[in-house]
Design a protein around this ligand. Structure first.
Ligand code: ATP
Ligand code: MG
Length: 574
């Protein structure tokens, strides 16, 4: 492709509303343009990268035996009513009516549609296992669309669904997808880690997220440096400390703590360590009040709380609710004489005593509290988020926390959708059984952004060859001189070698060309100028390392082929 006839509107300055690097660089390199909040148009360069990502995903899904289909984006409400998700999905589901006043939504995911498909078609165990996938635009009305393609409202997803006779078969399907995902992210040239993820009501270790490691990630990953254990923060187990509770707690006592709302303020005022103050957080779980206790220096993890309660929905209580339930403003709740039926405590609180807690009265706390003697803890559970240095649940080495971008998710669904929608088959004995399902997503557009988060410098994008819009850029520095004929010749030759190339034949200053090509991030640059040609050389640059070399005009083809091998090997060796 020739840049003189191309549409890649590059920008010199960082766009004001772009916060993360990938968003800035994709706008600046002329890859995408925003239509409205969280909704983008892919321009030619952006679409090429997106298509390259989709192609690798498609090849590996096909290789794993999955079959590509294309389902509609518009979905009728009645399917979602069958599974109960019309009610539960919340505001991310964009709902609307047609001219006959029938309810529809824009597909944020396709479990209902695909289950509807197979319940009408699959009759016999002979038709199973089956794995159907599609690569399609999804719509989720995200509460905070941001970071460009990373959290869009409309985005491209690969979603696959497996159908098996039983759980055992489903494990094989799951493993097949897990392995395919590893191959996909390796081929895409991403540094990633597969981590255990929360399974909510399904339970077991049957959900993994594929995380691209980058500081701008919205997710936190706990990973062990010594063993293969890795989990996202919702899932990473905080190992309960060993030892038994000391038996030396004095009688509890009420003390004034005027105006001291936060744990830190209370600890300082009473001159005790923050970790001896218990945080009492109040929630509404499926309509019922619940109290959750964690040590003052810990963070409560809402997903863990939700799982411990086996609740559908958990939300922090409002200040009005706190006042009504405890008789005190926020900051003074505590578990002693608290009129709430369910009081969960983090299991770290089980084997220590002599705590400071809120007194359920304004400006007062209780000291010397023993949770078992003085309060009614319903249950001790793993409620807190792990922190850096916490022991690994597998091997006890210290965990470290890193930021990650979730690019893929594999999940065992079990009977959740097939049972609700009556997707059954007849087994070998002619007995009717429910289909066992799994689902597997990859955020294809997010992958492109995540790749840029990992591969860039101050001048622009450094695309790995697998995702680069073009593998090479041929820069003609002097389009009016003899350099153009040579550039055309090399550009044509690259095409015959299967190297997709972009020819910069614009009548622009060399400085502009160098800047633009660095910004766009093509891994290989071939620079053809009159001066070099006069000396019998052509300059090439490896965008990843910045290293420049001079290749002879005589014998350029062999020299370039060898140099290209080196550049590709450099990417593979990272
Ligand atoms: P997140 O926690 O980031 O919202 P999710 O758990 O909702 O993701 P899934 O429902 O598992 O995501 O969707 C499959 C994949 O689709 C994710 O792994 C992610 O790569 C991608 N994805 C999800 N939401 C978005 C979005 N708003 N913009 C871009 N990609 C997304
Ligand atoms: Mg989401």
């Amino acid at each position: 492709m020739r840049l003189s006839r191309y549409y890649a509107p590059t920008l010199k300055e960082d766009p004001a509303d772009a916060e993360v690097v990938s968003h800035k660089l994709m706008l600046r390199a002329g890859m995408i343009r925003k239509l409205t909040s969280g909704i983008y148009t892919f321009l030619p360069l952006g679409l090429r990268s997106l298509n390259k990502a989709a192609r690798i995903v498609r090849e590996e899904m096909d290789r794993a035996g999955a079959l590509e289909i294309l389902m509609p984006g518009v979905q009728p409400a009645d399917l979602w009513q069958e599974t109960g998700r019309w009610e539960f999905y919340g505001k991310e589901l964009l709902r609307f009516k047609d001219r006959h006043d029938r309810d529809y939504c824009l597909g944020p995911t396709h479990e209902e549609v695909v289950t509807d498909l197979i319940r009408h078609e699959v009759r016999s165990y002979r038709q199973l296992p089956l794995n159907l996938y599609q690569i399609q635009s999804k719509f989720r009305d995200e509460i905070r669309p941001r970071f460009g393609l990373m959290r869009g409202r409309e985005f491209l997803m690969k979603d696959a669904y497996s159908f098996d006779k039983d759980e055992e078969g489903s494990m094989v399907s799951y493993k097949g997808m897990y392995d395919a995902y590893c191959r996909i992210f390796e081929r895409l040239g991403l540094r990633f880690r597969a981590v255990e993820a929360d399974t909510g009501s399904i339970g077991g270790n049957y959900s993994h997220e594929f995380m691209v490691l980058a500081d701008t990630g919205e997710d936190t990953v706990a990973a062990c440096s010594a063993c293969a254990y890795g989990a996202n923060l919702e899932k990473a187990e905080a190992v309960a400390p060993a030892g038994t509770k000391p038996g030396n707690c004095p009688e509890f006592k009420r003390v004034p703590t005027p105006g001291k709302h936060t744990v830190e303020e209370v600890a300082e005022f009473l001159n005790v360590p923050v970790k001896k103050v218990v945080k009492t957080l109040l929630f509404v779980a499926d309509g019922q009040p619940v109290a959750a206790l964690v040590r003052g220096d810990r963070e409560l993890n809402e997903v863990k709380l939700k799982n411990a309660l086996k609740a559908q929905d958990v939300a922090l209580a409002s200040p009005e609710q706190v006042q009504a339930w405890t008789g005190a403003p926020v900051g003074f709740a505590g578990p002693v004489k608290l009129n709430i039926k369910t009081i969960l405590a983090d299991r770290e609180l089980a084997n220590d005593t002599d705590w400071v807690v809120g007194a359920n009265a304004a400006d007062e706390h209780l000291i010397h509290v023993d949770l078992d003697d003085d309060a009614f803890v319903t249950n001790y559970a793993d409620l807190r988020s792990v922190t850096s240095g916490d022991p690994c649940p597998k091997c006890a080495t210290g965990l470290s926390l890193t930021k990650g971008i979730e690019v893929g998710h594999v999940f065992k669904l079990g009977y959740k959708y097939s049972e609700a929608m009556k997707a059954t088959f007849l087994d070998e004995q002619g007995k009717e059984r429910i289909v066992y399902m799994g689902c597997y997503g990859i955020g294809v557009s997010r992958v492109v952004a995540a790749c840029i988060e990992q591969n860039h410098d101050g001048n622009g994008i450094k695309f790995p060859p697998a995702l680069a819009p073009y593998e090479a850029a041929v820069l003609c520095l002097d389009v009016k001189g003899e350099a153009l004929a040579k550039a055309e010749e090399i550009y044509g030759w690259l095409g015959t070698q299967g190297v997709d190339a972009l020819l910069d034949d614009r009548d622009e200053r060399p400085g502009v060309k160098f800047k633009d090509v660095d910004l766009m991030g093509m891994p290989m640059q071939v620079v053809i100028g009159g001066k070099g040609l006069a000396r019998g050389v052509i300059e090439v640059k490896d965008r990843r390392t910045g290293e420049k070399s001079e290749l002879p005009v005589e014998g350029f083809e062999a020299a370039f082929t060898a140099w290209r091998e080196q550049v590709l090997a450099g990417w593979n060796a990272r």
